[in-house]
Design a protein around this ligand. Structure first.
Ligand code: DC
Length: 230
């Protein structure tokens, strides 16, 4: 029998703290952390660099086979992304690329193309994978599914702090508006919309500190998978 690896799927709306929490939890158990949003961001970045208009699926579809997207990890376990050999890790973290990522992520051809890449990562090793459709589409047989949420206001506050520390000047109202728009687009699109898997455990982090959220996720992993932290 082929080696069976553990998989933990963490889904939820943007700004719920998925990446930070998933990365910390993966680290504690020695699992590989996969941020799938970054992969969509990289495709969005490629679409923008190619000068495509928003919604131009035919052009994006033709571009996909020419994209060499590689994931790596820095010394702190933070995922890095390269596109055709160029490090795009920080270039994909702008509001403009958030909009682009949301745009390409609604394209069925993009979702289908990225499905294999995501599944093959989970076949190779134990993973904590975060995204929007991991528990529903990418890894429907995940050992544990967590749906991580927080109120839009709390998510906007957190995103604002992140953007400001990266040197982006933006107002709270604009961040809140963009989050609301993105929630709406991500959950109303017809291709793999954001929704909680029926068998997912819901965790609302609005009133939790980051440390409490990480501890809650780790407790779920220990309980459900029967594994200990390294
Ligand atoms: O998590 P994030 O903000 O980096 O995600 C960027 C965009 O990609 C976001 O609009 C949702 C989309 N996405 C998706 O549709 N499916 C995933 N598995 C991950 C992200």
């Amino acid at each position: 029998m082929a080696d069976r690896h553990f998989s933990v799927a963490i889904d939820g709306p943007s700004g719920a703290g998925k990446s930070t929490i998933a990365r910390a939890a993966a680290r504690r158990f020695g699992f590989l952390y996969v941020d799938t949003g970054a992969i969509y961001r990289t495709v969005g970045f490629a679409a923008k660099s190619s000068g495509f208009l928003l919604g131009d699926e035919a052009s994006v579809r033709a571009l996909l086979p020419k994209l060499d997207i590689a994931l790596g990890y820095d010394a702190d376990g933070v995922q890095t992304e390269s596109l055709n050999g160029m490090d795009v890790t920080s270039l994909i973290r702008t509001p403009d690329i958030s909009r682009r990522a949301s745009d390409v992520s609604a394209m069925p051809s993009v979702r289908e193309y990225l499905l294999d890449m995501q599944r093959s990562l989970a076949r190779r090793t134990d993973v904590v994978m975060d995204g929007r459709d991991i528990g529903t589409v990418v890894l429907p047989d995940a050992d544990l599914k967590i749906y991580l949420t927080a109120s839009a206001e709390r998510r906007a506050e957190r995103r604002l702090a992140e953007l400001r520390s990266a040197g982006t000047e933006i107002s709270y109202d604009q961040v809140l508006r963009e989050i609301a728009e993105r929630d709406e687009r991500d959950s109303s699109r017809s291709a793999a919309p954001l929704r909680r898997a029926e068998d997912a455990v819901e965790l609302d982090t609005s009133e939790l500190t980051l440390q409490e959220s990480i501890d809650a996720v780790c407790a779920l992993i220990r309980e459900k998978l029967g594994v200990d932290e390294k």
